[in-house]
Design a binder for this molecule. Structure first.
Ligand code: SAH
Length: 243
């Protein structure tokens, strides 16, 4: 893992390893749970982007949750992943990903790697993903999971994503997976033209999913519906609370 200030940044190496949690006496029908999740929680609620649906039928979400929670991984809810953070609800992952309208060519910046599940989805639908996570233990775990799955087009850094990741700008798409009081100006600056930024904006308790479009130098913003994310903590986000 590389800190923003430190040394050489390691890229994924593309090793494919077996996941030990899938070995032995495990007879859970993960594939069936995934199809069920997509059919009943996502397609049934009106998401029709076949790229998003197909990828969510394939990425093994149960590998991104903590040990012992695998059986709940395909439920219709967020789940704790430690450090007071959560893996987002599958439906929310689908809505946000669909809002990005990915074609496979894009360079994407993700803020809030968390479990790495959303990162894995983006990696399948875009050309390259740069992901910033504030909490090192989560970033390390996400990196490991992505390596296990042989995901090679993702770079993760530990740092404050409210200031973006200047080194690789501009980004065709930016996705923030934590709730912010406002749209951080650095992210608008680092967005390509044309480009799309998706970010939950509102109070600590609830937000609206805001879509920010940059085209011909102009910015257009609209809200796509209510959501509730853990806080985006940092310079242009919420202050860290010590209670
Ligand atoms: N997409 C992730 C969501 C994780 S929750 C998933 O589904 O697993 C949001 C994440 O944003 C948390 O891991 C949190 O630590 C991270 N985060 C909060 N503020 C951040 C910031 N300023 N920069 C980078 N990551 C941040």
């Amino acid at each position: 893992m590389n800190r923003r200030t430190g040394g050489v940044r390691t890229q994924a190496r593309g090793k494919v390893r077996l996941d030990l949690r899938d070995e032995g006496a495990d007879v859970t029908d993960w594939e069936g749970l995934r199809q069920n999740m997509v059919d009943h929680q996502i397609a049934a609620r009106g998401i029709s982007d076949t790229g998003v649906l197909d990828v969510m039928r394939e990425v093994p979400r149960h590998l991104f949750v903590g040990r012992g929670m695998e059986a709940s991984a395909y439920g219709d809810h967020a789940l704790p992943i430690g450090e007071e953070q959560t893996i987002s609800q599958p439906y929310m992952v689908a809505i946000m990903t669909a809002a990005l309208h990915l074609t496979g060519e894009e360079k994407v910046l993700e803020i809030g790697t968390g479990s790495g599940y959303q990162t894995a989805i983006l990696a399948r639908l875009a050309d390259r993903v740069f992901s910033v996570e504030r909490i090192e233990t989560l970033a390390t775990r996400a990196r490991r999971t992505l390596d296990t799955l042989g995901v090679v087009n993702v770079s993760i850094v530990v740092g404050d994503g409210t200031i973006g990741w200047k080194e690789f700008e501009p980004y065709d798409r930016i996705l923030v997976t934590a709730g912010s009081p406002a749209v951080p100006t650095s992210l608008i600056e680092q967005l390509a033209d044309p480009g799309v930024l998706v970010i939950p904006v509102g109070s600590l308790a609830k937000q609206q999913l805001r879509i920010v479009e940059k085209r011909d130098g102009a910015i257009k913003e609209y809200d796509e519906g209510g959501c509730a994310f853990v806080p985006l903590v940092g310079k242009d986000g919420w202050e860290l609370r010590n209670d």
